[in-house]
Design a protein around this ligand. Structure first.
Ligand code: Z5A
Length: 213
């Protein structure tokens, strides 16, 4: 579906792993190499989906059941894919997404208790076989990631107020997904300095797409 080698790339991982930082860096490198780049995030990425983001991330843990969260995430995702991601790929832009469907599998599935088969069935219903070409799993110990989040001194969202075990579960779930889907996923050591993380990401992009950055 994408034109002239454009790729859909998602960044996944725990809080404070550096996803936003690395998307900025990769986006700049791709633009410098002459590519159009569309950066988006989940939940969010369209005006309506940003409203869903506020609804689903706000408040306290337990405000929504995991199934309710999953439905809200897929409602927002459906519109984002239909109105932003697919059109961008079709005109040859690279799309970099701060989180995508693996987040639902990890947060609402593995950690939230929605059976994997149900998450997969909803994905199939809403998006068919549509998935990122490359997913970077930004791996960092939860304590280190949360330290970065707390040092930003922003208001914490309801996912950032959960018990320590939740963050361990989500980290392990991401690593399990990466192990099961090595062709799509690449695990990146996100605990390194930003420049080294960026170097590892560029290396994977070059190896898997053949472009030079
Ligand atoms: N969620 C869900 O449950 N189900 C779903 O389907 C989807 C999402 C799509 C979105 O939160 C929440 O939604 C998420 C899961 C749930 N749970 N949480 N929390 P969000 O978008 O607000 O938060 P996030 O995705 O976890 O992003 P983040 O906390 O902003 O972290 P980040 O983007 O990975 O990191 P960053 O902003 O690039 O960096 C964080 C800080 O660390 C910042 O001050 C940087 O300057 C610093 N940083 C970055 N890299 C480094 C390195 N390498 N060394 C030192 N310091 C660094």
């Amino acid at each position: 579906m994408s034109q002239s080698g454009a790729k859909f790339i998602s960044f996944e991982g725990g809080e404070g792993a550096g996803k936003t930082t690395q998307i900025k860096c990769l986006g700049e490198a791709l633009r410098h190499a002459g590519h159009e780049v569309v950066v988006t995030r989940e939940p969010g990425g369209t005006p309506d989906a940003e409203i869903v983001r506020d609804i689903v991330l706000g408040g306290e843990p337990g405000r929504w059941s995991a199934i309710e969260e999953m439905l809200l995430m897929y409602t927002a995702r459906s519109q984002l894919v239909r109105t932003v991601i697919k059109p961008a790929l079709e005109r040859g832009a690279w799309v970099l997404s701060d989180r995508f469907a693996d987040s639902t599998m990890v947060y609402q599935g593995f950690a939230g208790g929605v059976p994997m088969a149900e998450v997969r069935a909803l994905h199939k219903l809403v998006l068919g076989n549509f998935n990122p070409d490359i997913t970077f799993v930004m791996d960092i110990a939860p304590d280190s990631g949360m330290e970065r989040v707390h040092s930003r001194a922003e208001v914490l969202n309801q996912f950032e107020k959960r018990e320590a075990q939740f963050y361990e579960d989500t980290r392990n779930a991401y690593l399990d997904i990466a192990k099961a889907e090595p062709t799509r996923c690449a695990v990146i050591n996100a605990a390194q300095k930003s420049q080294l993380v960026a170097r590892d990401i560029m290396q994977v992009i070059q190896e898997r797409t053949g472009i030079t950055l």
